[in-house]
Design a protein. Structure first.
Length: 323
């Protein structure tokens, strides 16, 4: 702030304080001197009529107080009034008690209605849960029944497979036994024919041949530089498995495939001829595979090779067209 303004403000404030103090001092001095009194100030402020009215009121003589006579009390009426007041109080108390009981009953009724609603909701939930449990139970029973049927079918398939393998093994052993006898009669000359066969066929013949003669042929195999077959013969002899490439074999494969998913069967069909695949589809129908599973397998085959799937479908049409 400007110093001049600050000085001016402080000076004016001090001047006001001095004037106020001087005025108060003058009033005190005038009051002490008797110049200024309350009566003179009142006369100065009031009009002559007001001053005359105040003087007249001061000069008026006092008047006696007005005495009002009270009528006599009726005792019976008083008792009746008291009884009425007491009855009214009792009635009010009864009304209040009834109101409280009504509110309590209404609250109790609301509580009962809420509990009933909860019970109805619980019953609804229990009924829904019971229906769900029944549906689950039916579904579980169906699954168990299907599983039992599947196990029975699988057990029957295993029994049929074991019987078939036993018969095939015996027949194959007999066939290879007859061939082995013929090659035994040829002695060392038999190797000229055996060396041109597959190692697996040679191993099957050697398996049923006389031990000494078979050992002699193995020696010839080791000495044959043109057709080195000794190692392959050893491996085949270590893992001999009977083979039966017949309709029964196709049916056996169909039984095995009936337990597999389409994407699991598809890799085994690669490289197979369309007629072989069609025969497999027919065998699947014979062993009890559902139409849904066969349709899924055909769809997977079409997705992998649409041309071959069409050929298989064309081969299956005559069979499906028959009544």
């Amino acid at each position: 702030m400007n110093p001049f303004l600050r000085t001016l403000i402080y000076g004016l404030a001090g001047l006001c304080v001095v004037i106020l103090a001087a005025g108060i001092t003058a009033l005190v001095m005038l009051k002490n001197a008797g110049v200024v009194t309350p009566e003179r100030i009142r006369d100065y402020l009031l009009s002559p009529e007001e001053r005359g009215y105040i003087s007249a009121m001061k000069a008026r003589t006092p008047e006696p107080a007005v005495r009002r006579e009270t009528p006599g009390l009726d005792q019976e009426k008083l008792l009746a009034d008291l009884a009425e007041i007491a009855g009214a109080r009792h009635a009010n108390a009864l009304v209040e008690e009834l109101r409280r009981r009504k509110d309590s009953l209404e609250e109790r009724e609301r509580w009962i209605e809420a509990r009933e609603a909860e019970i109805r909701a619980a019953r609804t939930d229990l009924a829904r849960l019971a229906r769900q449990l029944d549906a689950k139970r039916v579904e579980q029973d169906d699954a168990e029944r299907k599983e039992k049927e599947e196990r029975a079918r699988y057990a029957q398939m295993q029994a049929d497979e074991a019987s078939r393998l036993a018969v095939a093994t015996e027949n194959e052993k007999a066939r290879y036994g007859e061939l082995a006898k013929l090659y035994e009669l040829q002695k060392n000359d038999a190797w000229q024919t055996l060396r041109k066969l597959e190692p697996r066929e040679v191993a099957r013949i050697l398996d049923v041949m006389d031990a000494k003669k078979a050992a002699n042929l193995l020696k010839l195999a080791q000495q044959d530089a043109e057709y080195p077959m000794a190692v392959a013969l050893h491996r085949e002899l270590m893992q001999l498995q009977p083979q039966a490439p017949t309709a029964e074999q196709v049916k056996r494969l169909a039984k095995l495939y009936s337990f597999m998913k389409p994407e699991q069967i598809l890799p085994y069909l690669k490289g197979s001829e369309p007629q072989q695949v069609a025969d497999l589809f027919a065998a699947l129908a014979e062993v009890g595979a559902s139409d849904k599973d066969r349709a899924a397998l055909l769809a997977a085959l079409a997705k992998d090779d649409e041309r071959r799937a069409k050929q298989v479908t064309d081969l299956l049409k005559p069979a499906t067209a028959q009544p």
